[in-house]
Design a protein around this ligand. Sequence first.
Ligand code: PEP
Length: 249
Amino acid sequence: MLIAGNWKMNTDAAAAAQLAQDVCATVRTDAGVAVAVCPPFVHLTGVGSVLQGTPVRLGAQNMHAAGSGAYTGEVSAPMLVSVGCHYVILGHSERRQFFGEADDSVNAKVRQALSHGLTPIVCVGETLHERKADRAYAVVEKQVSVALRGVDASAPLVVAYEPVWAIGTGETATPAQAQSMHAYIRALLAKQFGKAAAADITILYGGSMKPANAADLVGQPDVDGGLIGGASLNARSFAAIVRAAQQAA
Ligand code: PEP
């Protein structure tokens, strides 16, 4: 199990360091549940130094597919590694929606992340329009298959199912909806990597997960934790979600 906090474009340097300290002080980690926070790029070093010596891992929210070069404003995988990142979120729906990120680009980033020893958290999920049009499973199938093209079975990999209609809206997929899509994703992974490898891949749910609904979601057999947006900005809420995952693990 993994509980990862996506801080998005929130916190200034002081608030980020304080939140990281609060997370370390509040979250009880144990072997069954890994915990990570993904602050904005500019806070990675500061938050990383707060996390040093604790079991809470550091992640980034995006990266460029190239290792270095003339890409003004971008950040590369080696840079993330050099500041202590373990995870990188790739293909988040906000990147897809506001920055034109497409499946091919997500795939290039996934491969680049893996080649530098980062564990990608690959986000997939359908919009409300796609769900209403009965296309949720087809959309997710394409996102998963393109994003993971050329990736091999031994790669450390996290997939996050984040229905776009549930992100930041207060609306959550029901545990049954989440389980159904997670089982579908697990079957897709089994087709590509084999059943045993697919069973070991962490599949997170993301979309308005909070203390009140976390236990039901992480209690589903194919839900291996959560990618938490809004609720990760409050250390107590985040810790309560981690506890729910520990009880389910
Ligand atoms: C997210 O953006 O990854 C997310 C799950 O956000 P929220 O929890 O706020 O819906």
